[in-house]
Design a protein around this ligand. Structure first.
Ligand code: TNX
Length: 528
């Protein structure tokens, strides 16, 4: 009887131990739990062995204050006596770039990271393991983790045009990306319904293009509008602040400036860059609009000047130029466009779009950057060095990879977080579709039918949060979380077992972290 009891107790103890330890998402490549725990106290030093690691240490200290109201002392020095967390860069680690080794022992913690992001990713794992106690110390279970990412592009997107989100809210979004080891934030800054980035040479882009005189409310089919002036934009100073905030979290921001379509807000401000001359109003409803940039020399100069300011603000090696959903009606009726097509020997308006994108690509390349565009940029011929974001399914991505172009997969079936995540009868109004947590978890970014060499051009994936039907930041959180947590495992983990039940167990524990930050995540998956 006694033996039975001891055995049961042991089983219970092991279970609670694994329960405590096994809440890391994305799942690490290798981990071994050990007995005991490290206790973080206000006298624990966070020691960096080099300047790069010191920057990560300082960011981690800030995050610990934010999350746990816990002040860690930070310094660049060798280990002395007393408990410590030590962080160091090590380019010789036998791990993929961004990988790390995290050793948690009763006497101290060591995080060694490879290349850009390694130490920080290790610290984010550490953060997920931190368990605050009532006496204001923090307990961390002993273990060793050796980890590194599967894909180099682990992205999340946010549309701030259809609805606008403040600098603070964008930072909160970036915090979530950081916690789950995303490294790319695609900031969708311009669209028909609003231009959201200050451009000094063209102040009307935000003065006029940043505001609309009403917004579609409710279902698209109802065609109802309010008449409330709505808008906002980020100053260049605010943009720099966000870029810096993200960089400290090893997240690159890819800005998107839409062309030639989704340009109504820009054309409302500067109608001279359209084919008809306007006038136009910033769009109040959703959808695809016929007035797009006209491919005149003046338009190219305008766009190049804008891109100059954008590239000065964003260090990203990749600049998103949109390229999607550009109806060709205006170009078909435009004498300038038709003459240009004749002169350049272009057989169709699709080829004219390709000419447009190639000119922009040449300009962006001349500044040492690469363009990425939605898969429509394949139509009429892909620009020579362009990367492709495949959203209308996987075909565009497959074609681009076969053509030796780098591809970020973002197919709408699996990666559109504006879709419903559960029965529409119980969910807030969404654009449509159905992408459950399980769909995201089981998503495989490398499509079948590619050879090994071709597959290497699929550099990762990204989920998109379009905000036509997402009115505030709490709703962004509801749509993005926990689906983005599932995607993080798809993108990071090399040993994903595709065991959704196991993922759900870890997720339940992991979400306790987000309760602390009052993140408005969805619980729909709990009833599926
Ligand atoms: C298509 S995805 C769009 C967006 C919409 C989205 C809604 C893409 C490149 N274009 O403009 O917001 O669908 O799901």
């Amino acid at each position: 009887m006694m033996r039975h009891l001891i055995f049961s107790l042991l089983v219970l103890l092991t279970l609670t131990m694994t329960a405590q330890e096994n809440r890391l998402i994305p799942a690490p490549a290798e981990w071994s739990p050990e007995t005991g725990s490290f206790n973080l106290t206000p006298t624990t030093f966070l020691l960096a062995r080099d300047m790069q690691a010191f920057q990560d240490a300082v960011t981690f200290r800030d995050i610990c204050i934010d999350w746990f109201d816990f002040p860690l002392k930070t310094a660049i020095k060798e280990i002395g006596s007393g408990p410590y967390i030590e962080v160091a860069y090590d380019s010789t680690l036998d791990l993929p770039d961004g990988g790390y080794i995290l050793v948690i022992a009763p006497e101290g913690i060591k995080v060694t990271g490879k290349a850009d992001g390694g130490v920080f990713h290790g610290l984010m794992s550490l953060l997920q393991l931190m368990e605050p106690k009532p006496d204001r110390t923090i307990s961390i279970p002993c273990q060793t983790i050796s980890d590194g990412p599967r894909f180099v592009w682990r992205g999340m997107h946010l549309d701030v045009c259809r609805h606008f989100f403040s600098v603070d809210e964008v930072k909160q979004y970036i915090d979530l990306l950081a916690l789950y080891k995303f490294n790319s934030f695609h900031w969708h800054l311009t669209d028909d319904q609003g231009w959201r980035i200050e451009i000094k040479q063209y102040p009307k882009l935000t003065e006029v293009g940043g505001w609309r005189n009403g917004t579609m409310v409710g279902r698209y089919s109802d065609q109802q509008y309010d008449s409330i002036r709505y808008g906002g934009y980020y100053t260049q100073e605010e943009i720099r602040e966000v870029v810096d905030y993200a960089a400290k979290r090893h997240i690159n921001i890819v800005p998107e400036i839409e062309m030639p379509g989704h340009a109504t807000a820009a054309l409302a401000a500067y109608p001279e860059f359209s084919c008809t001359g306007g006038p136009f109003e910033v769009a109040q409803g959703w959808g695809v609009f016929p007035d797009i940039f006209c491919p005149t020399e003046e338009t190219f100069t305008f766009l190049e000047n804008i891109l100059d300011e954008v590239m000065a603000l964003f260090p990203s090696s990749v600049i998103h130029i949109g390229g999607d959903e550009a109806p060709k009606d205006r170009w078909k009726e435009c004498a300038h466009c038709q003459a240009l097509m004749q002169r350049e020997g272009l057989a169709s308006e699709e080829e004219l779009q390709s000419y447009f994108v190639q000119r922009i690509e040449k300009y962006v390349n001349s500044k040492g950057r690469t363009i990425i565009g939605w898969d429509e940029i394949l139509e009429g011929g892909l620009a020579p060095n362009a990367m492709v974001m495949s959203w209308r399914g996987t075909e565009g991505g497959i074609a681009a990879a076969k053509d030796k172009h780098q591809v970020v997969m973002s197919p709408n079936n699996d990666c559109y977080f504006d879709h419903y995540q559960g029965d529409p009868a119980n969910e807030p109004l969404a654009i449509g579709g159905m992408t459950t947590l399980e769909d995201v978890y089981n998503y495989e970014p490398v499509p079948p039918g590619l050879s090994k060499e071709e597959s290497a051009f699929i550099i990762g994936a990204q989920a998109n949060v379009w905000t036509e039907y997402i009115l505030n930041f709490e709703h962004v959180e509801y749509m993005a979380v926990p689906r983005m947590i599932a995607l993080s495992e798809v993108l990071w983990s090399t040993n994903r077992k595709s065991n959704f039940d196991d993922f759900k167990l870890r997720l339940a524990r992991n979400l306790q972290l987000l309760d602390r930050q009052h993140v408005n995540y969805s619980r729909t998956w709990q009833t599926q």
